[in-house]
Design a protein around this ligand. Structure first.
Ligand code: ADP
Ligand code: ZN
Length: 809
């Protein structure tokens, strides 16, 4: 028997291994098994297909065992992985890596030791090999990774291989047990004791005060079993004391496997009764679902979409189906989980990248076990969890750009992949948004999806009043106070005086705080990337957004040697300072990636803001999405132009969506809220349409442009990115690829062009854009692109070239 397997690596295609007779009964399709690949290294690989056709052209290696018995991919699940790989031009291994929590992505560790063999007198080794050899000793195995770190080299394997060939080292592949189950140690009686025996023991311990104290505490607890850690803390005893009692045969320690999921006592309620509008929307959604259609729920911010979702989820769960509820951002899960728990209690599984890997792994196992959560709330990667009875996928804020994975491969669009996942399970999809993506809106207008509207805010609250502050004019009249217009200051004053809260939105897409020399005007840039460095005042560091490098800002300008660096372009930090100066009494907090680097950070700020311990919250994208705060009456957008003028065909769509979204945070309960949008380019048509609240008209106008210039959704795009350390090699390669592609695809090929950042981590980048009109064979073109890239990369002149594909960028 043979098995085709997926290796968890960025290698193309499937690999065939033989199935030894001893494993034939045990290994099933969808399991993770151990195989060795490229030498002795072992990987946990996924079995896709078992068959009896021997492969031709190479001798097969055997499968060595089952790696993780709790993971089992169903045929549907496997099919979904393969679809993602095929559609998004990634290798199955890359998709497998995205799908599995790290804990299951097992591979062996290579360890190296020196042999007894000495170097011959006249034998001279290359420098690196020599250094490696010197670091090793016979019989002492050192992990290759440690060796690389110690010798400061990236890839030590070639040196190891060369030393291996000379017989100077030997290697060993070992598999470290991945930590999986959470164990808890409990103290119990070593055997049954009578009361009499117990008091005799107590007397007998008089001469060992430590043991006596611990034993007293144990008796006081009067229970059959107690967590070891707790008992020790309560008694204030050292572990050795407990051990002594165990050695005497009085107490014993048992190990238990416990769940990592915190099960809280939870009052479960019915949820709110729906308003007439919500009720009607719910009915319409159900009708579309019954007619076999997916549905777009287009509801203005705070119209109560979430309550409608809750109803749908409940009826599906009652039918015994599973529901996947997707959100674009971790920050949102905190509030939504709270709301959902009130209705569904502990029947919710949460899955996102802010969780520990062990917790993610535990959810995986639970979902593939006998008692999976019926409801899973997660970000885009939750698509890869195991599902058995999937009945509904909700994609909330479906327009959000975070649904698209940019790096690394698979570069998938979570919303679109959700539609495919649902199709494979025969489930329905509900896409929710106040400002749907053009792709979705088009599907709705053409009747492919059902479209259901909620045009009123819940409780009949008016949409917030939209005010524009014309920055150009204020600047001309010299009325600006730093980043603040008089209008925004006045509104903030009123809001704070009335005891309400303010959100200030500082978008930083495309630029951020940087330093500039006050004499020659130069800006510190990353040495490895073509970007200016971001400055963080709190930590006083310069950080590269792309490669992550950190450095201390120089005291004087590195170019002219005389000037001093000044902070330029207000980021959230700077706004925070300005608010503190303008409103000394206000309590201010920031919510951005930097401030939120700790996992508990989100929850704390959200809690504090909910509890009105913060008056002004300043943030980036994060504050704009889906959050539901009761007392916010003013939202200020610091600089709207930066969003509109961004070199991307979706810039205006995104700007509109973001401005609507952030405005939606204002005045959600009680009195009407206000939004102040600061913009210098006030005459831009987008602002008028925003003011009129006419998304449909905006869509019509923008779509006409998209059609004229042939952009999605009127065509599909594939972005090809080429990377190489040398600019000349890269240019040549890109030109050659463009030429190759043009021969068959003609004018569908655009570029090569320099992307937004032309060099990252010392690698230059160029992009080609392929526009594929509706009706053309997408899969055949993708095949051709792949083959062309492979043949180009095979050329010696292009060695070191990397070609990456991004489908539907
Ligand atoms: P959306 O998701 O459309 O922005 P939400 O579902 O967050 O809107 O609803 C906005 C606010 O109105 C929330 O605070 C929510 O609790 C409240 N709400 C919505 N529907 C109801 C209802 N039927 N009864 C009571 N409160 C509701
Ligand atoms: Zn950099």
């Amino acid at each position: 028997m043979f098995a085709d397997i997926i290796l968890p690596l960025a290698v193309e295609g499937l690999f065939t291994y033989s199935l030894p007779p001893a494993l034939e009964q045990e290994v099933k399709e969808g399991m993770l098994v151990w195989v060795s690949f490229a030498g002795q290294k072992k990987y946990a690989a996924l079995v896709c297909r078992i068959h009896n056709t021997p492969p031709e052209g190479y001798t097969v290696k055997p499968i060595e065992g089952i790696s993780e018995e709790h993971v089992r991919f169903s045929p549907d699940h496997l099919r979904f992985l393969m679809w993602v790989a095929e559609y998004y031009m990634a290798s199955p291994g890359e998709v497998l890596r995205a799908a599995l929590p790290v804990v299951f992505r097992l591979e062996s560790v290579t360890r190296i030791a020196r042999t007894e063999q000495e170097l011959a007198e006249d034998e001279v080794l290359p420098e690196k090999e020599e250094a490696m050899l010197r670091a090793l000793r016979p019989g002492e195995y050192i992990a290759l990774q440690e060796l690389e770190k110690y010798l400061r080299i990236r890839n030590g394997l070639p040196y190891v291989k060369s030393l291996l060939n000379r017989g100077l080292v030997r290697i060993r592949e070992t598999v470290d047990e991945a930590f999986l189950e959470k164990k808890e140690k409990r103290v119990v009686w070593a055997r049954l004791f009578t009361e009499r025996e117990k008091s005799e023991i107590l007397d007998g311990l008089k001469r060992a005060p430590g043991q006596h104290r611990l034993f007293c505490r144990w008796l006081e607890a009067a229970c059959e079993s107690r967590e070891r850690k707790h008992l020790l803390t309560e008694a204030g005893s050292a572990p050795a004391v407990l051990k002594a009692l165990c050695d005497k045969g009085i107490l014993a320690i048992e190990e238990h496997t416990v769940s990592r999921f915190v099960v809280e006592e939870q009052e479960v309620s019915e949820g709110y009764p729906l308003s007439a509008g919500q009720q009607e929307a719910l009915g319409q959604i159900r009708n579309f679902f019954n007619a076999g259609k997916h549905v777009l729920l287009q509801g203005v911010t705070s119209s109560g979409k979430t309550e409608v979702y809750i109803r749908l989820i409940r009826s599906l769960i009652d039918e015994g189906k599973q529901v996947l509820y997707m959100l674009p951002e971790i920050a949102l899960t905190v509030q939504i989980v709270k709301r959902l728990k009130r209705v569904f209690g502990n029947r919710i599984g949460v899955y996102h990248s802010g969780m520990s890997e062990s917790l993610r792994a535990e959810l995986w196992r639970k979902q593939s076990g006998d008692d999976p959560y019926p409801l899973v709330l997660g970000v885009r990667s939750s698509l890869f969890l195991p599902f058995r009875q999937l009945g509904l996928v909700i994609v909330d804020e479906e327009h959000d750009a975070s649904y698209k994975q940019k790096e690394p491969a698979p570069r998938y669009q979570g919303r679109d992949a959700a539609v495919m996942l649902a199709a494979m399970h025969g489930a329905r999809v509900l896409l929710g948004s106040a400002t749907p993506s053009f792709e979705t809106l088009r599907n709705a207008y053409t009747g492919k999806y059902g479209r259901v509207e909620l045009t009123q805010r819940y409780g009949g609250i008016e949409m917030p009043e939209l005010l524009f502050a014309d920055l150009a004019e204020y600047r001309r009249k010299k009325l600006m106070k730093g980043s603040f217009s008089p209008l925004l200051i006045q509104k903030m004053q009123q809001t704070l005086e009335a005891g309400y809260q303010v959100i200030l939105f500082q978008n930083r897409r495309g630029y951020s705080t940087y330093l500039q020399c006050d004499r020659c005007g130069s800006i510190p840039k990353c040495r490895r990337c073509d970007v200016s460095l971001t400055y963080y005042k709190e930590r006083n560091v310069l950080n590269c957004r792309y490669c992550g490098s950190l450095s201390e800002p120089p005291a004087v300008c590195g170019v002219c040697g005389q000037g001093r660096y000044r902070m330029r372009t207000p980021g959230t930090e700077r706004i925070e300072e300005e608010v503190a100066a303008l409103f000394p009494g206000a309590r201010v907090a920031r919510m951005d990636l930097e401030a939120m680097s700790s996992r508990s950070g989100f929850r704390r700020v959200i809690d504090d803001f909910e509890q009105k311990r913060i008056d002004v919250l300043i943030g980036t994208q994060m504050v704009s999405k889906g959050l539901d705060f009761e007392h916010v009456k003013l939202v200020g957008v610091m600089d709207a132009d930066s969003m509109v003028h961004f070199p991307d065909f979706r810039a205006e769509e995104r700007a509109y969506q973001m401005l609507m979204q952030v405005s939606g945070r204002s005045g959600r309960k009680g009195e009407r809220g206000t939004v102040v949008i600061q913009a210098a380019d006030r005459k831009n048509r987008l602002y008028d349409l925003l003011e009129a609240g006419d998304y449909a008209e905006f869509y019509r106008e923008a779509m006409a442009e998209r059609e004229a210039f042939s952009y999605p959704p009127f065509c599909r795009l594939i972005r090809i990115e080429l990377r190489h350390p040398e600019n000349v090699v890269l240019r040549n390669a890109a030109n050659r690829l463009a030429e190759m592609l043009r021969k068959r695809l003609g004018r569908r090929v655009c570029g090569p062009a320099v992307p937004e950042v032309g060099r990252i981590g010392n690698r230059y980048r160029l992009i080609l854009l392929i526009k594929i009109e509706e009706g053309a064979s997408f899969s055949r073109i993708k095949q051709f692109l792949k083959e062309s890239a492979v043949s180009l990369s095979a050329d010696k002149a292009c060695s070191g070239l990397r070609v990456l594909f991004d489908v539907d960028p």
